[in-house]
Design a protein around this ligand. Structure first.
Ligand code: C2E
Ligand code: MG
Ligand code: MG
Length: 712
């Protein structure tokens, strides 16, 4: 038996062991590992102090017992079976198990049992060396958990992991890498297999990045495209870093790859839609030209640059002449194509550094960013007038349109974009008034006119309540009998300061600001009242013709208004005639037709005023239930002043007759005109030759007496 710590009285073959045993016993005692010696049954004979430290059991406590006291409850049946099989066979057994200390705590142990045999080969003892491996086990568990988590994370994030061993030049890929690249797992993976699927134009950059990582012993990243086995192009984002050995040599490069295609596509879409939005917010969708906003920016920019270059800037404000008619009569798709065609021509007139913009509708504003003299702008304006006027071939039709241009110049006519554009606009209006298809430079006096227009609007607002309007009546005469067939009511405005203002001046202003609605309503009521008064006075029958503006005709309760007035004034609808211009009729032809039909059904007569100046088309005359055509005075004027061009008058008369419409000639001033009209069997006429528009009392007299000696 072991007698005292550090020495042993070993009963087995003492002679042979002698002093050596002492040495060995001391060594066993001193070793850091726990040592247990048992007999062949497993009963403990001796433990060293390391055992005591490890388990808490002293030599005295454990000697004579089995080490079973250390059992933790772990099921070790299989382990023990294997152990006994091994050691009974005389071989060394090594295994790992969990034991319980004296204080109840658990620890991981690696145990090596070596059987000790006597000279006859019989097992007499076992020597067990126990190693506390708790720390290692914990670290392993942690590591296992970590790698498990990592692989899970890489799987979820679709991150492929790779490793490149520099010594063997072999690649190792994890399963996700193969999935990302879309080819079956290959072990070992040759470099060419990878480089072969990378886009050739991306490969040099990726390889350079890899080289740099190795050279600088650092970390790098790259993004590149690959063609997967299925042909799909994918965007790959990679990060790589080196692994060093203990001598700081690079032995490996490790890295991750991620498929970022979706992200890139999303980013690209976002970028595209952003770019698209910016473009859309700055351009006109129809013509693709810069819009008002972008033009303002460019003008402001040009203003800051102009003084540096000692140049001027010119703004050309264009408005197409009569575009509304085209749009109304031929339809919006047609109008749109015409605008596109005009836009193209305008762009062709300027330099690359200039800007042609569309302001909306049929308005274009052109910025000439560097002009030497104002005359340069005039040259461009003339070129534009000419080019726009050339036939536009649209849907196999040749279409003609002209434009009016207003020009303003920086710094002469304004120091900021807003003023320059506003003044060019004002000048454009002047160009229109001067007879269209012309250009006009801005003059400060034009602003005076604009101010006048503004004050006219203010005065018009008060004119109704101040009773400044009155109606004059102009007779229409039957060219066969000389009888007065009717009166046209024509409004007059006597401005308290300016005196008489002609309707040509104020009707458009009233139309622009909407005042035409109350004014028109007043006119209709006043005229109907007057017509009824003449009838009540027993005067000969005469229809009352009233001019109706587009805005009045288009207002929602137009019909209701007309019928209310007829009812209120007690005028027979058959005594009322409404004069509408062609452009009024052409706009939204569908609703026009039903409004006209309703009026007609009640007996109200309808005349097409200023016939021949708009887009006269036979088809709409056939379609709409109108009673008469009023030949515009400009054609009547031609009878005396351009006798060769009277075909229009005769054509209109012929057209009217074939459609069974009454034809009325307006603005008849001379005997010659009258004779011509009579010769061509025009039905009626109106004009200074018979009578100017006159106040009601005077008209009553005309009705009473007739117009004596008018027909020969
Ligand atoms: P309109 O309906 O074509 O009226 C005929 C115009 O020709 C009238 O001008 C009339 O005074 C003028 N006129 C008559 N005979 C002759 C002539 O022999 N020679 C010439 N050169 N002119 C003649 P006015 O009264 O200045 O009216 C101009 C336009 O203003 C009218 O053209 C009509 O479109 C509009 N207007 C007049 N009164 C009203 C109204 O109450 N409501 C609406 N909406 N428009 C009106
Ligand atoms: Mg008229
Ligand atoms: Mg007229």
């Amino acid at each position: 038996m072991w007698t005292k710590r550090g020495a042993c009285d070993i009963s087995l073959e003492p002679n042979r062991i002698g002093g050596l045993i002492e040495l060995q016993a001391t060594a066993l005692e001193a070793t850091a590992n726990a040592v247990v010696i048992t007999d062949q049954t497993g009963t403990v004979i001796w433990v060293n102090s390391a055992f005591e430290r490890l388990t808490g059991y002293t030599n005295a406590e454990i000697a004579g017992q089995s080490t079973r006291v250390l059992k933790s409850g772990q099921n070790l049946r299989v382990l023990y079976e294997e152990m006994w099989r091994t050691i009974l066979g005389g071989r060394v057994w090594r295994g790992e198990l969990i034991n319980r200390r004296k204080d109840g705590s658990l620890y991981d142990e690696e145990m090596t049992i070596t059987p000790v045999q006597n000279s006859r080969g019989e097992i007499t003892h076992y020597v067990a060396i126990k190693l506390d491996i708790s720390e290692r086990k914990q670290a392993e568990a942690k590591h296992l958990l970590l790698t498990e988590r990592l692989s899970l994370a890489t799987e979820v994030a679709k991150v492929g992991v790779w490793e490149w061993d520099l010594a063997s030049n072999m690649f190792t890929w994890d399963a996700m890498m193969f999935e990302i690249y879309g080819f079956p797992a290959i072990v070992p993976l040759p470099y060419e297999k990878w480089s072969g699927v990378v886009f050739p134009e991306d490969l040099p950059a990726v390889e350079a990045s890899l080289r740099k990582v190795i050279e600088e012993k650092g970390q790098g990243s790259a993004e590149f495209r690959i063609t997967r086995a299925d042909g799909a192009v994918r965007n790959i984002s990679g990060v790589e870093r080196i692994v060093l050995d203990e001598h700081a040599n690079v032995i490996r490069v490790i890295g991750v790859n991620m498929d970022v295609t979706e992200r890139r596509v999303a980013e690209e879409t976002l970028r595209n839609s952003e770019a698209h939005l910016t473009y859309a917010s700055q351009h006109d969708f129809l013509t693709g030209l810069p819009n008002r906003m972008l033009l303002n920016d460019r003008v402001s920019q040009a203003i800051t640059l102009a003084p540096r270059h000692k140049k001027k800037i010119a703004i050309l404000f264009l408005d197409l002449d009569g575009f509304k008619h085209i749009n109304d009569s031929l339809g919006h798709p047609f109008g749109d194509k015409l605008l596109q065609s005009v836009a193209k021509r305008l762009v062709g007139c300027v330099r690359f550094s200039d800007t042609v913009s569309r302001q909306g509708g049929d308005e274009f504003v052109v910025l000439l960013s560097e002009v030497e003299h104002a005359e340069d702008a005039a040259i461009t304006a003339r070129r534009m007038l000419q080019l726009v006027a050339e036939a536009h071939s649209i849907d196999h039709h040749d279409l003609h349109i002209t434009t009016s241009i207003g020009v303003s110049v920086y710094p002469d006519d304004g120091l900021d974009a807003e003023t320059l554009i506003k003044n060019a606009d004002t000048a454009m209006y002047q160009a229109k008034e001067n007879g269209r298809q012309s250009y006009q430079f801005f003059k400060p006096a034009m602003n005076v006119r604009a101010v006048e227009r503004q004050s006219m609007e203010e005065n018009l607002r008060r004119a109704l309540e101040r009773k400044e309007f009155e109606l004059l009546y102009q007779p229409k005469v039957n060219l066969r009998t000389g009888e007065i067939t009717g009166a046209e009511a024509l409004i007059r405005w006597t401005h308290p300061i300016q005196g008489l203002v002609s309707p040509a001046q104020f009707i458009t202003v009233a139309e622009d600001c909407g005042l035409i609605l109350p004014i028109g309503n007043w006119v209709l009521r006043e005229a109907c009242k007057q017509a009824r008064a003449w009838i009540d006075a027993g005067l000969p029958q005469a229809t009352m013709a009233v001019n109706i503006s587009a805005m009045e005709f288009r207002q929602e309760n137009f019909l209701e208004g007309v019928f209310t007035i007829l009812k209120d004034t007690g005028l027979d609808p058959r005594s009322l005639e409404l004069e509408l211009t062609e452009s009024v009729l052409m706009k939204r032809a569908e609703s026009t037709e039903s409004i006209l039909k309703t009026l007609r059904a009640r007996g109200v007569q309808l005349a097409v005023d200023d016939f021949g100046t708009g887009y006269s088309s036979l088809s709409y005359l056939r379609k709409f239930p109108v009673d008469s055509l009023k030949i515009d005075q400009s054609f009547v004027w031609q009878i005396t002043n351009a006798p060769d061009e009277t075909t229009i008058v005769t054509a209109i008369i012929g057209m009217g007759r074939s459609l069974k419409l009454r034809v009325v000639a307006e603005g008849v001033e001379t005997q010659d005109e009258l004779a011509f009209l009579q010769a061509h069997q025009c039905d009626e006429a109106q004009g200074y030759y018979f009578s100017p528009p006159v106040p009601p009392q005077q008209f009553a007299k005309l009705l009473e007496t007739g117009i004596p000696g008018i027909l020969h």
